[in-house]
Design a binder for this molecule. Structure first.
Ligand code: GLU
Ligand code: MG
Length: 477
C-alpha cells in the first residue's frame, strides 16, 4: 500500500513544561467562574476502544494540577471490553504501566443535568509527555493536521438516537419499558415526555451544546437529537458530553437511557449517523454548484469515494458489537448497503444537499451505518483516514442509487455493483483485517486492540440468542 500521509500520533507534539504551565494557568482562570455556577467536582473522560467513556474526577480546586499532570490510568483500558473484561494478549502486560489522562482545558463545561459537576474531554499521554499511540482523540487531531496541510478543514456532527425506559430501581431487571408513549414522530409522544425533554434542552444549553433539532423517533420510547456541526474533535467531544447529559437528565426523571443499537430485537434501532463536510478557503467541497458532476467538487467526491470504499472495514470500528448487526436490517433506514444516493435514507452514504440556496453552506455526507456503541473519535479518525486515501487516489464515486437497494434483484444489485455491508461482527472484523488503508489510519497498536476486542466479543456471544445479546448490551454503554 502507498502511504499517502503520516498517520501516527507521533505527529502530535509532546507535552513540555511550558505547555503544562500554560494548561495549569488556564485551569486557574476557570476556578472562580465554575465555583460561581456551583461546580464542586470536575470529571474528565476518554473513550475506550469498545466505545465506553471512562472517567477520572477531581475536586474543583485540584483542576490546575490535573490540567498540568493529568490523572493516572491503567494501560489496560486499551483492551477493556464493554462488560469490563480485559481482552489481554496473555502476556500479562496490562497490569503494568501508567498513562496520564489530560483534560482539554479549552473545553471544560458544567455538566448539565447534574448538580455540582463540570466535565472535560481528555487526551491520553505517557508519563513523560509523549502522546499515547492508542488515544483516539489525539489520533483524530493528528489526521486532521494532515488534511490541514492540504488546505482542507472538516465540519462534523454525530446524530444521537436513544430510548428512555422506566427505571424500576432493580439492577437485576434489565427489561426495556418504553417511557415516552405516542406514535413515531408524534406530537403526542413529545407531550408525554415534555417535562423531561424541556429539562434536557435546558441542561444541554447549560453545557453550551448547540442543539439544532429534537424529535420523537420511530421505535417505542425512542427520541433523537441533532447538534450543530463543529470541527471533528469537538464533534466527538460533544457526542460524549450529550450522552452524559441525556443520561443525567434521565436519572432525575426516574428513567433509564439506552443508546444501544438494538434495545429490542424486533423493529428499528438506534443509529449514530455521522455528518461530514470538507471545506477549503471557506468553500464547502461537498457542494460543487449546479454544473458539478454528481453535485460535489472533485475533492469532495474523492473523499466520499474513499469513505464508501472502506466502509466494510470501518464497520469494525463504527458498528463495534454483536448488537450492532441486530440493527443492520435492510429497509430500516440503517444504511445497510455500501452505496450512496442523493437524500437516500437506505444508502450507507446519504448525500444531503438541503434546499437550493442553502446548499453551499449545508451540503454534507451522512454516514448512516454506524451506531453509538462506537468510539466517536475512532469513527471520525477512520472516516478521515479513508477519505484521505480517496483524495490521494483522486477516487470517483459510482452512480448514485435512487431507490431502496432492498427492492433490487440480485442481478440488478450485481450489475450496479451494490453490495451489502458486513452483516455480522465476524464479517466486519474480517473486512478490517484485510484493509491496509484503515489499519494504517488507526496505527498498528490500535488496530490490534480493535481486532482483539471484537474477537473477544464474538467469543463471549458465541451461540447466544439475539434476545440475550440485546439484553446483555442494553444498559452497558
Ligand atoms: N433509527 C434509524 C437507524 O437505525 C435511523 C432513522 C433516521 O434516518 O433518522 O439508524
Ligand atoms: Mg433518526
Amino acid at each position: 500500500m502507498r502511504t499517502p500521509y503520516d498517520a501516527s500520533v507521533e505527529h502530535v507534539a509532546d507535552l513540555d513544561q511550558t505547555e503544562r504551565d500554560a494548561r495549569a494557568a488556564t485551569a486557574s482562570t476557570l476556578l472562580a467562574p465554575l465555583a460561581e455556577r456551583g461546580v464542586v467536582g470536575v470529571a474528565t473522560t476518554f473513550v475506550d476502544n469498545s466505545g465506553v467513556a471512562r472517567v477520572k474526577a477531581v475536586p474543583l480546586s485540584r483542576l490546575p494540577h490535573l490540567a498540568a499532570w493529568g490523572a493516572g490510568s491503567s494501560v489496560s483500558f486499551d483492551r477493556f471490553r464493554f462488560d469490563d473484561w480485559i481482552a489481554g494478549d496473555g502476556a500479562g502486560r496490562e497490569a503494568v504501566g501508567d498513562l496520564r489522562v489530560m483534560p482539554d482545558v479549552g473545553r471544560v463545561v458544567p455538566l448539565g443535568g447534574t448538580s455540582g459537576w463540570a466535565w472535560a474531554p481528555a487526551d491520553r499521554y505517557q508519563q513523560d509527555g509523549t502522546p499515547h499511540d492508542q488515544c483516539g482523540r489525539l489520533l483524530l487531531a493528528s489526521l486532521l493536521g494532515t488534511l490541514a496541510t492540504q488546505g482542507i478543514t472538516v465540519k462534523a456532527a454525530v446524530e444521537l438516537e436513544w430510548v428512555v425506559s422506566h427505571d424500576v430501581g432493580d439492577d437485576s431487571d434489565d427489561d426495556f419499558r418504553p417511557a415516552a408513549r405516542g406514535p413515531a414522530y408524534g406530537m403526542a409522544r413529545l407531550v408525554d415526555a415534555s417535562d423531561y425533554a424541556a429539562d434536557l434542552l435546558a441542561a444541554l444549553a447549560d453545557s453550551g451544546v448547540v442543539v439544532e433539532q429534537f424529535h420523537p423517533e420511530y421505535a417505542p420510547g425512542q427520541l433523537e437529537l441533532s447538534v450543530a456541526a463543529e470541527d471533528p474533535v469537538s464533534a466527538a467531544d460533544t457526542s460524549v458530553l450529550v450522552r452524559s447529559v441525556i443520561a443525567a437528565v434521565g436519572v432525575r426523571h426516574g428513567l433509564r437511557t439506552s443508546f444501544s443499537p438494538k434495545v429490542a430485537v424486533p423493529g428499528v434501532g438506534n443509529g449514530g449517523h455521522v455528518h461530514l463536510s470538507l471545506w477549503r478557503d471557506g468553500t464547502n467541497l461537498m457542494s460543487g454548484g449546479p454544473d458539478a458532476r454528481l453535485g460535489l467538487t472533485a475533492d469532495g467526491e474523492a473523499f466520499a469515494a474513499g469513505v464508501l470504499q472502506h466502509l466494510p472495514a470501518l464497520m469494525a470500528v463504527g458498528a463495534p458489537g454483536v448488537t450492532s448487526y441486530l440493527r443492520h436490517v435492510p429497509s430500516h433506514w440503517a444504511g445497510t448497503y455500501a452505496c450512496w444516493g442523493l437524500e437516500n435514507r437506505e444508502a450507507a452514504v446519504r448525500m444531503v444537499t438541503g434546499s437550493p440556496g442553502a446548499t453551499s453552506s449545508v451540503a454534507n455526507v451522512e454516514v448512516k451505518c454506524f451506531d453509538l456503541h462506537a468510539n466517536p473519535y475512532l469513527v471520525l479518525a477512520g472516516l478521515i483516514g479513508a477519505g484521505l486515501s480517496g483524495l490521494a487516489a483522486g477516487a470517483s464515486l459510482p452512480d448514485p442509487v435512487d431507490v431502496d437497494p432492498a427492492v433490487l434483484s440480485s442481478d440488478e444489485l450485481q450489475s450496479r455493483g451494490i453490495k451489502r455491508l458486513p452483516q455480522s461482527l465476524r464479517e466486519a472484523v474480517d473486512a478490517f483485517a484485510t484493509d491496509a488503508v484503515v489499519q494504517y489510519a488507526l496505527g498498528a497498536a490500535l488496530s490490534a486492540s480493535v481486532v482483539a476486542l471484537r474477537e473477544s466479543e464474538l467469543e463471549l456471544f458465541d451461540g447466544q440468542s439475539d434476545e440475550t445479546v440485546a439484553a446483555v448490551t442494553r444498559w452497558q454503554r
